[in-house]
Ligand binder design. Sequence first.
Ligand code: ADP
Length: 497
Amino acid sequence: MKQYLMALDQGTTSSRCVIFDRNGNTVASASKEFTQYFPQVGWVEHDAEEIWQSQLYCAREALKRSGLAPTDIAGIGITNQRETTVVWEKGTGKPICPAIVWQCRRTAARCEALVADGKAEMIREKTGLKPDAYFSATKLEWILTHVEGARERAERGELLFGTVDSFLIYRLTGGSVHATDPSNAARTLLFNIHTMQWDAELLQLFHIPAAMLPKVLPSCGIFGETDTSLLGAPIPVAGVAGDQQAALFGQCCFERGMVKNTYGTGGFLLMNTGDTAVSSESGLLTTVGWQIGDQVTYVLEGSVFVCGAAIQWLRDGLGILGSAAESEALAASVPDTGNVCFVPALTGLGTPYWDPYARGTIVGISRGTTRAHIVRATLEAMALQTVDLLDAMQKDAGADIPALRVDGGACANNLLLQMQSDFSNLPIVRPACIETTALGAANLAGLAVGVFGSLTEIAENIAVERTFTPEMDEAAREKKLLDWHRAVQRAQQWAAD
Ligand code: ADP
């Protein structure tokens, strides 16, 4: 029986392919960066054709390195940068313009107008999201308005829209399948997460012709087969989920109340809320985790914009670090931050503050402050921002969080995870495989094609590499949080005047 699974992990800066065996071990992988385009201040674009080529290259390269035959691969799972918007020709599969990336702020004014127009509540009720330029709808509307002839062609049924998963499925299946999954559809601002359908009122609000939308299929199931010419054999595309939801699945957070945090460029905390779409009072998003059969799992999501990126800034902007990994030893060379507190609001603040006008702020500097104190304060901030997300989540979910599972590049930092445990007073669990995004996509596919018989079988694979437990006393924790919130207040609204 075929036992290997291929994950296509299409990220914001690179495409990756990882091949796993049935026990979740990595057999081979390959990755390739692609071009980032910044045509104007605040605009971010990708070339969808280059994304496809880089992803195909990685799949072929990983397969070659694994020494496996294409017929050994039981199924392909796709996970992807979310919200990024692609429009392509139905006939040729060619994109009609650059893809508008989730980070792109070109439609911010349109979103502010929607809020001023009183649409925010209706949008939140239906989609679980905010009217923000982050999500796909206003990007798609922008393309239909600004690319010559696009609206007429879309209305004639000649153009297709999709997030990156959808575009990859289209290409992988030789143009025969136009589909997406609910975890991606739920990020468009066009999908009603309660009825689990594209929403007519929202399509009208954003002037989107229904004919260009992909079919929404369960995250775990057969979407189609790859065109034989691509990988040498037809392979079922059998699992699809957006990157953060795939990481939650890869962390085996299958039960209601289970939580994971990813420490990447940004930080993303997701909680499984089971079959209930929990509406947030604390600035979290309500979204779909995955759909298996007709069973939908919902999640609450909190995001911090700058997490590991703050370490990048110390390295590349300030030049006080040679590498990201160096931050651990340097921060550990001092016993504390010497009262320095850094709020890394370099691009504003996300959950729970949602303040686009907040800016990075370092307070408490004295004559004795060294770069080690600044670096230590940066790691503390990465943990403290996550405490704010955890607090918001506990409030909304009305339940205590028992433990936090972690992944992402910066979770290699032991000091950071000890701080996280201390500041949040929770056990922090780091799995052996921190490629959780790719693993989640592979496991969704594995469940669909029968490599796994149940979620329980998947969970048997998870191995914990290390657990961090709290060592800080209550008074010190309270003081730390108090100082953090005082510093956040000083960062808020800085750029508003
Ligand atoms: P993404 O997938 O968002 O591009 P990764 O999950 O690869 O990001 O994580 C990379 C981020 O983690 C970078 O911002 C980097 O500065 C940070 N990082 C990597 N290693 C460490 C480390 N040992 N300590 C602190 N931060 C780190």
